[in-house]
Design a protein around this ligand. Structure first.
Ligand SMILES: C[S@@+](CC[C@H](N)C(=O)[O-])C[C@H]1O[C@@H](n2cnc3c(N)ncnc32)[C@H](O)[C@@H]1O
Length: 277
């Protein structure tokens, strides 16, 4: 695929896995049927695989965050309306707070608000208060091609071909996973005994209890003779919980730390998989 035709995630998303797209191919099974991604977020891995024709079966994409899933569904079916509406909005502090406090009634306008806030808020963080209201401040970042409409159209085309979306907890997809399917899992990272490891993506935090549910979920995938690839924090407690279920690899990514004069730091992450390479 040429640089010009490249499709990329259209959202900014915490914990995004774009850095992994350059070596995800090394971890894939030779062949698989359907593809499942139950912690979808910015969908970097799905977009990479689908746009490089590496998924032949159906794709089942899901996330707990229903605003996020609604945005994908709307891009899938109504991209032109979304683009038309986004074109009307300005990237100013005043407009930002007006739109943040608005409460659109239709699914399409809800998606427009969601995408606008994702692009113009501080770091594109998704955070809501106890009443479920988005409460991230304005980002002040000016970008010429803020919404990258061409990319949105390309994503919409990708999503038209055998792709289904659901908003639900990861465990509830289990019955739909069949022999030889591939499940890619990128949960929020939490490690045992370390409260500051909790990352707040949503009203509901991903707890260590959820990591344990995830370990059971992988066991069920193993029993079904389906494939999984799991990314997680490189931490002893994570190692203990998952490494008896499959193979473990350590991967390194760069992470920027600090504000002004930020330096690039190397961070390790684990990949667990039951695929024989
Ligand atoms: C690390 S992000 C995924 C990032 C994604 N791989 C990317 O490249 O952008 C984790 C996602 O898990 C979702 N999530 C959190 N708890 C969940 C749960 N119990 N079930 C399903 N999704 C959940 C969050 O909404 C978030 O989008």
């Amino acid at each position: 695929m040429t640089e010009k035709n490249k499709v990329k995630p259209f959202l900014r998303w915490a914990g995004g896995k774009r850095w992994l797209t350059k070596n995800i191919k090394e971890y894939l099974p030779k062949e698989f049927n359907n593809y499942h991604e139950p912690f979808l977020g910015g969908a970097s891995i799905f977009i990479y695989l689908k746009s490089n024709n590496l998924i032949n079966g159906k794709s089942y994409l899901s996330d707990f965050n229903n605003e996020l899933i609604n945005a994908y569904k709307q891009i899938q079916s109504n991209p032109k309306i979304i683009i038309n509406e986004l074109e009307k909005l300005k990237n100013t502090k005043e407009d930002y707070y007006k739109i943040r406090s608005s409460n659109p009634k239709t699914a399409t306008l809800k998606a427009v608000r969601f995408i606008y806030l994702n692009k113009t808020s501080f770091n594109g963080i998704y955070r809501v208060n106890l009443k479920g209201k988005y409460n991230v401040p304005y980002g002040y970042k000016k970008t010429k091609n803020l919404f990258e409409f061409e990319n949105i159209m390309k994503i919409s085309t990708l999503l038209k071909d055998d792709v289904e979306f659901h908003s639900k907890d990861f465990y509830s997809i289990i019955d739909n996973i069949k022999t030889n399917d591939l499940v890619f899992l990128d949960p929020p990272y939490t490690v045992a005994h370390e409260n500051n490891g909790f990352v707040k993506y949503n009203q509901k935090i991903f707890l260590w209890e959820d990591q344990k549910r995830l370990a059971n979920f992988l066991q069920e995938i193993n029993n079904k003779k389906a494939y999984y690839i799991l990314t997680n924090a490189a931490h002893e407690s994570v190692d203990e919980l998952f490494s008896n279920l499959g193979k473990k690899y350590k991967v390194q990514r760069s992470s920027s730390v600090g504000g002004k004069g930020a330096s690039r730091k190397k961070v390790n992450e684990f990949i667990f998989t039951n695929i024989q390479l």
